[in-house]
Unconditional design. Structure first.
Length: 275
């Protein structure tokens, strides 16, 4: 049998924890939750539901996941977010996988997002495959604003969906786009990106067209239109904020997008990759 550690990275996720932990009950041999400074009952709830809690200051999505994997006692790790849960089909696939010799060093599966109370089947949000099950000695996560698993061997696929309870309100989506675009701009600046004006003007309309037409967001109705709009806004903001950094300014989040202030130091809340 393949022994499995489920890892979670969390900050103020008290309402979400019962759902995600219930979905891995009877499947995980151990659960490790890495908390980056919750002020609610996240740690208490996690311990009550059987997780081992470890504190680690926020270091970016990739490094936070890697730190969590380093705490795991087993070679195989399933990395989840607190606002996710396993579908019954994915649970069944994982149960079968646990009883068989592994055919790969990592496994991916589709992720299905709930947006404003409904599942999204288009808009580039589905199947949105994620590699989250892996041997920790053969794969690592990389990225600050976006994390992706880099494996040194074959990546196979499991049936079933990872369910992502993304945004309950449009205001939540807008706030996270604002926060996440700041992180993206800072990452581009650190990587040496210096051209931004043309991208700020041309990339947002393309993002809107891609989401709503090419990726059939129109089939998701008004939700598809909102997703496309916010994708365009995210693209605009990250380049606009890069321009602010290149001009010697600094960033902070506001309802309008940005203003001169001290550089952001708090942890941004997780956001859908293709926001």
């Amino acid at each position: 049998m393949n022994r499995l550690t489920v890892t979670l990275i969390a900050c103020n996720e008290e309402p979400n924890l019962p759902r995600v932990l219930a979905s891995v009950a009877g499947l995980a041999d151990e659960i490790v939750l890495v908390d980056s400074g919750s002020t609610d009952r996240t740690c208490e709830v996690a311990r009550q539901l059987g997780a081992r809690v470890v504190y680690h200051p926020w270091s970016g999505f990739g490094e936070q996941r890697n730190f969590a994997a380093a705490q795991a006692p087993h070679d195989w790790v399933l990395a989840l977010d607190a606002d996710e849960e396993l579908s019954p089909e994915l649970r069944a696939s994982l149960r079968v996988w646990k009883e068989q010799p592994p055919a790969a060093v990592a496994y991916e599966f589709a992720r299905r997002a709930s947006y404003l109370g409904r599942w999204i089947w288009h808009s580039g949000w589905y199947p949105d495959r994620k590699a989250r099950l892996y041997r920790r000695d053969r794969a690592r996560f990389a990225g600050v604003a976006h994390d992706s698993l880099e494996a040194d061997g074959h990546v196979a696929r499991l049936e079933g969906d990872l369910l992502h309870h993304a945004f309950r309100t449009f205001a939540e989506h807008a706030a996270k786009v604002n926060s996440y675009s700041t992180t993206a701009a800072q990452e581009m600046y650190a990587e040496g990106r210096r051209r931004w004006r043309a991208a700020m003007l041309l990339a947002p309309p393309w993002a809107l067209l891609q989401k709503f037409i090419l990726r059939r967001g129109f089939l998701d109705g008004t939700r598809g239109w909102k997703i496309a709009r916010m994708s365009a806004r995210y693209t605009f903001l990250k380049y606009r904020k890069l321009g602010v950094l290149l001009s010697g300014g600094s960033l902070t989040e506001t309802p309008g997008g940005l203003k001169p202030a001290a550089t952001q130091t708090h942890r941004p809340e997780p956001l859908k990759r293709d926001a």
